[in-house]
Unconditional design. Structure first.
Length: 209
């Protein structure tokens, strides 16, 4: 009874290790199904059987066949542990899940970066457009201000000309008035002036003068 109890406590890994040491195969073939298998080379370094077992348990397996150099079968070990333990031993499902999760995370990061870059480009475009609008409005305002200044200068010049004309007219108005008032006398003296200005003649003086 004690022997049976001890035998039941031996794990598949321990059984596989004992079989490998006893048979000393050149190659190990691990089956996951009838036609689903993979060959595992036996290294020549120390602790080779631990490395072989670690490689075997890196994936689900149902039977391990031990082969010599020519490929002849030297023995085999069946995996008799429950399916739950097999799931714990196998890492293909975990690796696939981790790979899927990693791919999902990478896609999520790429999408986030693309969205951030798109948002940044949109913000930069909007900022540049707003700056362009501000510059355009400032340019138009400067043009309007220049036009206002030009109109003010023209108006000031016209006002100065009008004031100058008014001043000239005001200054020359008395002289014209005096000329108009003296015009009848000048007309009466005009024949006498002609005689005085005629060569070789002298005007006749009235009253013996």
């Amino acid at each position: 009874m004690e022997t049976v109890g001890v035998a039941m406590m031996i794990t598949v890994s321990e059984k596989l290790l004992a079989k490998l040491k006893r048979v000393n195969p050149s190659k190990v073939r691990a089956y996951a199904g009838d036609d689903d298998f993979r060959d595992i080379a036996v290294p020549t370094r120390r602790k080779k059987w631990s490395q072989v077992i670690e490689t075997i348990e890196g994936a689900s397996w149902t039977r391990v066949v031990l082969l010599d150099k020519s490929g002849a079968e030297l023995g085999y070990v069946d995996n008799t542990e429950p399916a739950r333990d097999l799931e714990d031993l196998g890492t293909d499902g975990k690796a696939s899940k981790l790979r899927s999760e990693s791919e999902w995370i990478v896609k999520l990061v790429i999408t986030a970066q693309r969205d951030a870059m798109t948002f940044r480009d949109s913000e930069v475009t909007n900022l540049l457009r707003a700056q362009g609008d501000v510059v355009r409005e400032m340019s138009n305002a400067m043009k309007d201000l220049s036009a206002i200044h030009r109109e003010q200068r023209i108006a000031a010049t016209e006002a100065a000309v009008i004031r100058a004309q008014a001043a000239a007219e005001a200054a020359g108005g008395n002289e014209w008035k005096e000329l108009l008032e003296a015009a009848p006398q000048l007309l009466q003296m005009l024949p006498m002036l002609k005689q005085l200005l005629a060569p070789g003649k002298s005007p006749a003086l009235k009253n013996g003068a």
